[in-house]
Design a protein around this ligand. Structure first.
Ligand code: EPZ
Length: 436
C-alpha cells in the first residue's frame, strides 16, 4: 500500500469544495435496500467506505450503477436478507446498518459483526436492545449477528447512550413495523436528519430526527426515492484545522456553517479568523494559535472525529492545551506518532495535556485509523521538512481525493509505492512533490 509523502511548511491557500458526508453516505446506502425498485443517491463522496458498501449490496443481490460523479443508483428489487460477505462487512464499522435495514424489510438479517477504526470497544448492545424491543430475537452465530422476527411492533425505547449508530439502526428497523415507535435519548448528529429525510422521501413517517426524541409511525411499504446527502462537516473541520496549522487562508465551499459551529467556536477561541455565510466558511490564521481546552461530546458538542486533527494544531499553540475525549474510552493512538514530530503531549486517561511547541519537524509516521491519519497529515503539512505517512488505506476510507484537494490549495504532497526509497533521489522527490 502506498505512503503519503508531505513536504511541510507551505501555508494552505485558496478555495476547496467539501464533499458529501461519509457517515451519512454509509447510512443512506444501506437504507436504499428497504424498497424494491431503484433509488438514486447524490453527492456521495468518492471514498473507500462507499465502494465497500456498494460491493456488499451487490453481494446481497442489488443491481447498482455507479458510484459515478457522486451518484449511485441501487435497484433493491432482488435483495436477499443474507449473503453479506464477512470479509467485506469487517472492513467498515457502518456495516451494522444492514441489520436494521434487512430486519426492517425482511424480518430477518444475518450480518457479520462490524469492523472499523481501533478506537475502543465500540459495542452494538444498544442497537440490539432496540431490535429486541421491536420483537426480534437476536443471536450471535460464528461471528455473525442473526436477527429475526415474526413481526415487528412499534414500542417505546430509551437508549442508555445517545448512540449515533443505534439511533439510525433502530429507525431503519422501525419504519415498516406495526404501530408507532418512540425512541428517546437519541443522538442528534446532522446525518441522522439526512437518513430520516431519505426514509420519509421513500414513504416513511419519521418525525423529530435531530432532536433527542424521534417518533416513527410504521407504514406498509417503502418506495424508491432520490436523495442528495449533506456535506461532510468532519472533512470541512479537518481542512479548516489544517489551514490554521499552516497559517493559511482557505475558503471551504459547499458546507453548512451551522454544522461546524462547535469547531468554528474553538478555532476562534484559539485566535483563528473564521468567517461564514450561506454555504461557505473562510478560515485564516496569520498567527500562532493560542492554547485552549477542548472536550469532545455528541453533537452539537465538539465532534470526536475532529479531535485528532485539532491536536495537531494545538501541538503548535503558545501555551498548554487540554483535550478531553468524552465519547470513546481510547482515541489517543495518534499521540505516539505525533511525538516523533517533536510534540510534547502527555496522555492521562481520557485527557491529553498538550504543551505547545514553536515548530514540528517531519518524520516517518503511521496512521492506525482514519482520523489519526488526518491528524498526521495536518501535522505533516505544518511541519518543517518531510513527513512520510504510512497506513494511507485508513485515510482513504473517509477523505475523497485527499492529495488532489490538498495540492489544489498549495500542499506539497504525493504518494510512493510501499517501501520505495525517496530519501536519496532528490530528482524523484522534486518531480513527485510538485512545484517547490
Ligand atoms: C459514529 O460511530 C461514527 N461512525 C463515528 O465516526 C463517530 O465517531 C461516532 O458516531 C460518534 O459521533 C459512523 O457513523 C460510521 P456511537 P458509532 O454509537 O455509531 C458507545 C469516523 O471517524 N456505544 O455514537 O459507532 C460507543 O462505544 C467514525 O468517521 C455503546 O456502548 O458511534 C462509543 O463509546 C469514528 N453501545 C459511544 O457509545 C452501542 O450500542 C458513541 O458511539 C453503541 C455505542
Amino acid at each position: 500500500m502506498a505512503d503519503l509523502l508531505i513536504r511541510g511548511g507551505n501555508p494552505l491557500n485558496g478555495d476547496l469544495i467539501i464533499g458529501g458526508r461519509k457517515n451519512s453516505a454509509v447510512a443512506v446506502v444501506p437504507a436504499t435496500i428497504m424498497a424494491a425498485g431503484t433509488s438514486t443517491l447524490e453527492n456521495l463522496p468518492a471514498i473507500g467506505d462507499v465502494s465497500t458498501y456498494t460491493e456488499i449490496l451487490q453481494q446481497l443481490g442489488a443491481r447498482v450503477e455507479g458510484p459515478s460523479g457522486g451518484t449511485l443508483r441501487v435497484d433493491a428489487s432482488r435483495v436477499r436478507p443474507d449473503g453479506a460477505p464477512m470479509e467485506m462487512v469487517k472492513r467498515i464499522r457502518a456495516s451494522y446498518y444492514l441489520l436494521g435495514a434487512l430486519l426492517g424489510r425482511f424480518h430477518y438479517a444475518r450480518v457479520g459483526l462490524p469492523g472499523g477504526c481501533d478506537i475502543g470497544q465500540r459495542p452494538i448492545d444498544q442497537h440490539l436492545k432496540g431490535f429486541r424491543a421491536l420483537g426480534a430475537t437476536v443471536s450471535l452465530d460464528h461471528g455473525e449477528v442473526v436477527a429475526e422476527a415474526d413481526e415487528l411492533i412499534g414500542t417505546h425505547i430509551y437508549l442508555d447512550i445517545a448512540s449515533v449508530g443505534a439511533t439510525i439502526n433502530i429507525m431503519l428497523a422501525a419504519v415498516l413495523a406495526k404501530g408507532t415507535t418512540v425512541l428517546e435519548n437519541c443522538a442528534k448528529e446532522p446525518h441522522i436528519v439526512d437518513v430520516a429525510s431519505l426514509l420519509n422521501a421513500m414513504g416513511a413517517r419519521v418525525v423529530g430526527a435531530g432532536t433527542d426524541t424521534i417518533k416513527i409511525h410504521g407504514v406498509e411499504e417503502l418506495k424508491p426515492a432520490r436523495h442528495a446527502i449533506i456535506p461532510d462537516e468532519i472533512e470541512a473541520a479537518t481542512y479548516a484545522i489544517a489551514t490554521a496549522a499552516t497559517r493559511g487562508d482557505v475558503t471551504l465551499l459547499n458546507v453548512v456553517p451551522k454544522h461546524l459551529d462547535s469547531v468554528s467556536a474553538k478555532l476562534r477561541e484559539a485566535g483563528v479568523i473564521v468567517e461564514e455565510n450561506g454555504d461557505w466558511v473562510r478560515v485564516s490564521a496569520p498567527d500562532r494559535p493560542r492554547a485552549i481546552t477542548v472536550k469532545t461530546l455528541p453533537y452539537p458538542g465538539f465532534p470526536t472525529d475532529a479531535m485528532p486533527p485539532m491536536m495537531a494544531l494545538l501541538a503548535l499553540s503558545s501555551g498548554t492545551s487540554v483535550i478531553s475525549e468524552g465519547v470513546y474510552e481510547s482515541r489517543f493512538k495518534h499521540v505516539d506518532e505525533l511525538q516523533r514530530m517533536g510534540t510534547k503531549i502527555r496522555v492521562e486517561g481520557r485527557s491529553a495535556v498538550i504543551e505547545g511547541v514553536e515548530e514540528l519537524h517531519g518524520a516517518p509516521v503511521h496512521a492506525s485509523n482514519l482520523r489519526a491519519g488526518a491528524c498526521l497529515v495536518a501535522a505533516g503539512l505544518a511541519a518543517q521538512g518531510e513527513t512520510r505517512v504510512s497506513g494511507v488505506q485508513h485515510v482513504e476510507r473517509g477523505y475523497e481525493h485527499l492529495e488532489d484537494k490538498l495540492r489544489s490549495i498549495g500542499a506539497r504532497i504525493s504518494r510512493y509505492p510501499d517501501g520505495a526509497d525517496s530519501r536519496g533521489d532528490d530528482e524523484l522527490r522534486v518531480v513527485n512533490l510538485g512545484p517547490a
